[in-house]
Structure formats: structure tokens, C-alpha cells
Design a binder for this molecule. Sequence first.
Ligand code: HEM
Length: 228
Amino acid sequence: MNSVLLVRLAFDLSAAGLLLFGFTYWWLGNTAHELAGTAMFLLLIVHNLFNRRFYGTIGKTRRTMRPLFNVAVTLALLVAMVVLLVTSVLISEALSAVMSSFGGFAVRQIHTLAAYWALVIVAVHLGLRWPMIMSITRALFGISKPNAVRAWVLRLIALAIAIHGVWSSFELGLSGKLTMQVSLDWWNFEKSVIGFFVHCVAIAGLCTAVTYYALKWQQLRKRTTRTA
Ligand code: HEM
């Protein structure tokens, strides 16, 4: 097992965790939020340095569904993260001591909009990499042979997470968050902290599963039309 790849995945997992942590502004407050966001951006800079070769190959991308979708998702993620970073600087309370703050209500709204889109797009980005993540997980657990029962158990778990994800997207008012509708309906962290994380992970799981199975289905369809 390539140890550099494992370190990279540990960084990726930490960045995903910090992104989720960022949604808990009303639980832990501004300082924790700004520290988590800064750490996430530093990890994402490292992530992009590791993957820098990808950008040089965009012009040579095969004109087929999966590679083109991969490029589109990566560029959408780049836009969401740049918007998140720029608006973070504009509304930062820590930076307001050294520069004048430009953060009005609209900038905060755009910041929240970019954050929820980042959650969805990161999950799609992970769905595109799911075969690789699963093959590394199999290697870590020393699994070398396919097993139908294991595969079906995992599929049923994915289905349960996806169904939970649909419910969670209503519970968190996701469609309103992704369309920048103003709402004062924040999650009540006094009621439950873990419940909020479960909803966020389920929404991400839903997007990852839909991406993974849609691409798998598209691949199968291509194979059957080729052999027909
Ligand atoms: C929390 C956020 C993110 C997570 C969890 C994540 C996860 C991953 C994973 C697991 C991989 C494959 C393994 C690796 O190279 O480390 C990957 C690849 C990649 N990621 Fe991310 N990523 C995130 C954010 C981003 C952002 C913001 C960008 C910038 C647009 C980005 C660009 C890329 C690129 C260019 C690749 C290689 C794509 C390819 O070769 O097809 N990622 N990401």
C-alpha cells in the first residue's frame, strides 16, 4: 500500500470533516468556525498541489461522459471553494482587526450558499472517486476476493443512507439553502448536535451514492449496447 496515498486520503478525510464542522457556526461560534475554515483551506491547497497534474490534462480530456463530467465537477468545486474563501476573508471577524470589513448581509448569504453547494459538489466529487476509495479500503482490510453477500450488504447500507439523505435534505431545508432563500430557521444545537452531523453526512452520502450508481449504470448501458 502506497503510504503517500494513505496520507493524502487522511488529509482528504480531514478536509471533509472540517467542511462539516464549518456548518456548526451556531453551535461553537465564530473563532472555532474561522479556525476550522482556515485549516480546511490549507488542506485543500495541499490537496490541489498533489493533484496539480490534473489541470494540465484538462485540454486532452476524452470527449466521453465520465471524464467530461469529472472536469465539470472539479471546476464547479473550484468555483464554490474560491467563492467560499473570498467571502470568508470579507466577513472574517479575526481579520476585521487588520482590515476593514466588507461583509454585509449579502456577502454572508453568498458565503452560506457557497458552503452548501460545496457540501453537495464535494460529495459528487467523492462519488466519482468511489471505486478508488473502495479498492484502497479492500486492500487495507486484506480483502482480495469478491463476495456477493458483502456486496449486497454494502448496497443495502448505501440505499438506507440515500433514503435518510432524502429525509435529511428536507429536515435541513437544503433546497432553500441551495437557492439562497432567506430563512431564520437554523438547526437547534441545544436539541441535538449529533443529529445535525447525521443529516449532513446522509445528504453527502445521498449525493455520493447517486453519482456512483448513475455512472455505473451508464457504464453498464454502454457495455450492453456495444455487445448487442
Ligand atoms: C473536502 C473537500 C474534498 C475532498 C474530501 C476531496 C477528495 C478527493 C479524493 C478522495 C480524491 C482522490 C485522491 C486524492 O487525489 O487525494 C480527489 C482528487 C482530486 N480532487 Fe478533491 N477533494 C476535495 C476538494 C477538492 C477541491 C476544492 C478541489 C479543487 C477544485 C479538488 C480537486 C481535485 C482534483 C483535481 C483531483 C484529481 C482528479 C482526477 O485525477 O481525476 N478537490 N479529491
